[in-house]
Write a protein that binds this ligand. Structure first.
Ligand code: PNS
Length: 167
């Protein structure tokens, strides 16, 4: 049986922390579906779902068992449909735990045939988040240590404040 894992997230944009988790998951499962999902608690995304998908595709080109998909709905419905055995999430610091724990338990009530699996990133990526990357890029800071090099330009072009100022 092929063991499929779903790795859901907003990925707005994908960071080296995400890529680290996706890479680790790709070594544990036969197939990993990186699922661009909507977090209803977050404001309007900076990149469209298709743009996020293209960026992840470029950054994961070297990983043969990784595919990308877009979800506009409940995660558990997708997990059930593709018969995934695991939902993979990255766990950074203590602050992530409560939120991730709540989601994992809720998802289990909704669908109990997949396990939520938490992976930890390498310590270099422990503190990284898309929102911090967005702030740095907005003010023209150097984000090259935080995002995959192949998508650096795309991210900088979109997020840099000067490119949006009209005065
Ligand atoms: O990267 P994020 O924003 O922390 O990821 C959260 C995400 C997108 C995985 C979560 O909000 C989600 O699963 N959204 C899909 C809708 C859903 O199933 N929500 C119920 C979660 S208990």
């Amino acid at each position: 049986m092929r063991r499929i894992a779903v790795c859901p997230g907003s990925f707005d944009p994908v960071t080296l922390g995400h890529l680290d988790i996706i890479t680790r998951a790709s070594m544990l499962f036969d197939k990993v579906i990186v699922l661009i999902s909507t977090n209803a608690a977050k404001n309007q995304a900076s990149f469209t779902a298709t743009e996020r998908m293209l960026m992840i595709a470029k950054a994961t080109e070297h990983l043969d068992n990784v595919v990308i998909d877009i979800l506009d709905g409940l995660l558990v419905d997708y997990v059930r449909r593709v018969q995934a055995v695991a939902i993979v999430k990255g766990l950074r610091a203590v602050s992530d735990f409560e939120y991730e724990f709540q989601m994992a338990l809720t998802n289990r009530v909704l669908y109990d045939k997949a396990e939520t699996v938490f992976l930890t990133t390498s310590k270099e990526n422990m503190y990284l988040s898309s929102s911090v990357v967005k702030q740095i890029a907005y003010f023209g800071g150097d984000i090259s240590s935080f995002v995959p090099e192949c998508i650096l330009d795309t991210i900088e072009k979109r997020l840099k404040k000067e490119d949006h100022d009209e005065y």
